[in-house]
Design a protein around this ligand. Structure first.
Ligand SMILES: Cc1cc2nc3c(=O)[nH]c(=O)nc-3n(C[C@H](O)[C@H](O)[C@H](O)COP(=O)(O)OP(=O)(O)OC[C@H]3O[C@@H](n4cnc5c(N)ncnc54)[C@H](O)[C@@H]3O)c2cc1C
Length: 397
């Protein structure tokens, strides 16, 4: 399996990454991206370590591959997947939202349902199978951009003034398509190997030019990434900023300045119904977001643990206020986790060949995330109170 060092070496290609209007010369060494690139490299090394339980033998090729890029086909597979995803998430305390396993789960689910890619005018099922094989063999970090830029939410892209604002087909050629326009919002895109580009928001029949699904290398000619302002360069030390100095992924607007995509990288082409099949009939949306929930569980445990440590340090855990506190409830009841996972792992029959968790429960839990995060942080702030102000900075320790 590709190691962390191999991954870092691959970042040296001619990428067109822009930060505050200026081009970034070398992402692997730039202060905005070096910390997250190092973290991703650590994840790849962890996956390659046989002790981690993340690697698995691919029955098709006999090679060792990343389990988190394979579609689970049974309850046992799903359990092994969850344990591997938890191990990966724990390495970042759940703070890397778009680690390689997120889009890896989408691609795995696509591959489990090639029939979803053969129902349009062209049959792309072989393309998705070949792409999944490549992701497995090369152990790739794929990010995604699947949201239209914010122009008008009152209409869809066909009605927007101007030429191809949302990424769309500028030209169809014998050997592929030329893409022009922009798509949001590739988290981790600057340090990924490839970007999967599509549109998860519903489109109408007039939007066929924008109804696409394809993969593009980050260093493709004409591809530009405009990143949001990063936090990592402001982190003056790991001691003072243990999270920012490791996990700032940055998000990027992806701009296509007439980017050529060969046919073998296209999975959905001018097919509005195909977009829906791709995300929902394959179970990819559920499976990918299940990965996100596993990661989120780890993050919640981290914040809850932090709150408990803070409260313990001031001897506050015996107070009635603490026992009423939502974080104390989370932290003191690990059974909550077990019950949650039991409910969300299919018992006898899987919904799809990919073994995606039960849709409704998965989506309901997903909807609870923002309030859960806010509640946990509020608790941390409540119990820390003035403590942050009395902590010595790294320079004084
Ligand atoms: C930190 C971060 C990371 C992200 N990472 C990724 C990523 O890796 N890949 C990716 O593809 N995307 C990513 N996204 C994009 C994310 O998926 C979108 O932000 C999300 O789908 C909402 O889309 P939007 O931001 O364009 O908001 P909008 O869809 O424009 O919504 C803005 C507001 O308008 C409302 N609204 C929207 N449509 C209508 C309507 N028709 N009528 C009335 N009200 C409406 C919404 O409810 C909302 O309140 C990320 C976003 C963030 C903030």
């Amino acid at each position: 399996m590709r190691s962390g060092a191999d991954y870092l070496a691959a970042l040296k290609g001619p990428r067109r990454i822009y930060l505050d209007g200026a081009p970034v010369e070398d992402v692997a060494h730039h202060p905005a991206f070096a910390p997250i690139a190092k973290t991703i490299a650590e994840l790849f090394d962890l996956a390659a370590d046989p002790e981690s339980g993340i690697s698995v033998t691919d029955p098709a090729s006999g090679s060792t591959v990343n389990r988190l890029f394979t579609p689970p086909r049974s309850r046992e597979d799903l359990k092994a997947y969850r344990e591997a995803a938890t191990t990966w998430a724990r390495h970042t305390h759940g703070w890397v939202g778009r680690s390689p396993d997120h889009v890896g789960a989408f691609v795995a689910a696509f591959s489990a349902h090639p029939e979803a890619f053969s129902q349009g005018e062209r049959d792309f099922s072989a393309n998705i199978a070949a792409y999944h094989k490549r992701v497995l063999e090369e152990n790739l970090y794929v990010s995604y951009a699947i949201i239209p830029p914010q122009v008008s939410r009152a209409t869809t892209a066909h009605a927007w003034e101007g030429d191809l604002i949302q990424a769309g087909v500028a030209e169809e050629r014998e050997d592929g398509i030329v893409i022009r326009g922009a798509q949001m919002l590739a988290t981790g895109g600057a340090v990924a190997d490839e970007i999967f580009v599509s549109c998860i928001k519903p489109l109408g029949p007039e939007d066929a030019d924008f109804a696409l699904g394809f993969a593009v290398p980050v260093d493709a000619e004409g591809l530009k990434l405009y990143c949001r302002r990063p936090y990592a360069p402001a982190a003056t030390s790991e001691y003072d900023y243990p999270l920012t100095s490791r996990y700032d992924e940055t998000d990027a607007l992806v701009v296509f300045d007439d980017v050529f995509i060969p046919w073998d990288r296209v999975f959905v082409y001018r097919d509005v119904a195909g977009l829906r099949r791709q995300f929902f009939d394959t179970g990819a949306h559920v499976f990918g977001n299940w990965q996100a929930q596993i990661r989120f569980m780890v993050k919640t445990q981290f914040i809850a643990g932090l709150a408990r440590k803070v409260a313990r340090s001031t001897g506050s855990t015996n107070s009635p206020a603490w026992s009423r506190n939502s974080v104390s409830w989370l932290a003191s009841r690990p059974l909550w986790n077990r019950r949650y996972w039991r409910r969300n792992t299919p018992r006898s029959r899987t919904r799809t060949a990919c073994g995606a968790p039960v849709l409704v429960r998965c989506t309901a839990r997903w909807g609870c995330r923002p309030s859960c995060t806010r509640g946990c942080w509020r608790s941390c702030a409540t119990w820390s109170a003035a403590a942050c102000c009395r902590c010595p900075p790294a320079s004084r320790t």
